[in-house]
Design a protein around this ligand. Structure first.
Ligand code: NAD
Length: 296
């Protein structure tokens, strides 16, 4: 029998973590979001409040439901506050060392040995994070898509150690509780969607890097010629160029295929702090500079 999750936590309240916390709170779950420091905690609170405000404006929920979701959400800078959670979803930066360290810490903090520790990683092996804990059978990938309140897909990623019960619990949570649709993937860098998507994004970056076509023409080509809602460079800007580079590095490390190697232009843009929409400039310039998420 699969248990219902009533108390969950999210670590990392950036664009993904905030979205995950919002959908959980809107689904009626007691949700705690943990960020790195007080400034980031406030940024996450503002982000979720603004997103709920937009949901009300668009008629996706009532003002009372938005208020209820905020009331069910606790914002903290203390990882220890996650001790009583049944499920914790990690959504910090795409960095293996940071995530491994966090999983080791969560394993000690989250008291119920049956509690599940999930990762929203886009490309880091779930096994690597599971092995940092003493409960690799309770560690699983739960990969949401951006923006989380709008996109219906979640990839469930099981490592060689993930138990069938853990997979069933998160699948029930994603579909039954959050109303998402699940696809299942083995624990290979990129899982299903990014293993297909990222080489395409990198090809678009190489195309503009070589002077073959401008970013605007690359994007218009795919939007108007293939009916994609967003061209590849706008999509890379939305994901965040630091995240795209980190995913490409993980894919390249895993498969050693040149098509996964991050192009020099992408690396230089990340070094320059041109991370896309979240810093106001990437392959395109954005009017609303979302400096709240810029880690400098
Ligand atoms: P982001 O940069 O917007 O947010 C990351 C957040 O983590 C930041 O707010 C940062 O302060 C916080 N953080 C870092 N270390 C922390 C720690 N030790 N404790 C608490 N908080 C910490 O990144 P994002 O786009 O939200 O991506 C987060 C994860 O989700 C990554 O693993 C990424 O690969 C994955 N992901 C991203 C997308 C996307 O489209 N951006 C889609 C699916 C999955």
């Amino acid at each position: 029998m699969t248990i219902d999750v009533n108390r969950m936590g999210v670590v990392g309240g950036g664009q993904m973590g905030a979205g995950i916390a919002e959908v959980c709170a809107r689904a009626g779950i007691d949700t705690i979001v943990c960020e790195a420091d007080a400034t980031a905690v406030q940024r996450t609170r503002d982000r979720i409040t603004a997103s709920l405000g937009k949901a009300v404006d668009r008629g996706k929920c009532t003002a009372a439901q938005a208020q209820g979701a905020l009331g069910r959400t606790t914002f903290t800078g203390e990882l220890d506050d996650l001790a009583d959670r049944q499920l914790v979803i990690e959504a910090i930066v795409e960095n293996t060392d940071d995530k491994t360290e966090l999983f080791a810490a969560l394993d000690k903090i989250v008291e119920d040995p049956a509690a599940v520790l999930a990762t929203n990683t886009s490309s880091i092996p779930v096994m690597r994070l599971g092995m940092a804990t003493g409960r690799a059978d309770r560690v699983v990938g739960l990969h949401f898509f951006n923006p989380v309140p709008a996109l219906p897909l979640v990839e469930v990623v099981t490592s060689l150690h993930t138990s069938a019960g853990t997979a069933a619990l998160v699948e029930h949570f994603a579909t039954g509780t959050l109303g998402k649709t699940v696809v299942r993937s083995r624990d290979r860098a990129g899982f299903v969607v990014n293993a297909l998507l990222v080489p395409y994004l990198l090809s678009a970056i190489r195309m503009t890097e070589s002077g073959f076509a401008t970013p605007a023409d690359v994007d218009h080509g795919m939007e108007l010629g293939c009916a994609h809602p967003m061209g590849p460079l706008r999509l890379a800007d939305l994901i965040g160029l630091d995240t795209v580079a980190a995913i490409a590095e993980s894919l390249y490390e895993e498969f050693k295929e040149p098509l996964y190697a991050p192009p020099p232009l992408l690396q230089r843009m990340v070094e320059a702090g041109l991370l896309g929409r979240k810093t106001g400039r990437g392959f395109h310039v954005y009017e609303q500079v979302a400096t709240e998420n810029h880690r400098g």
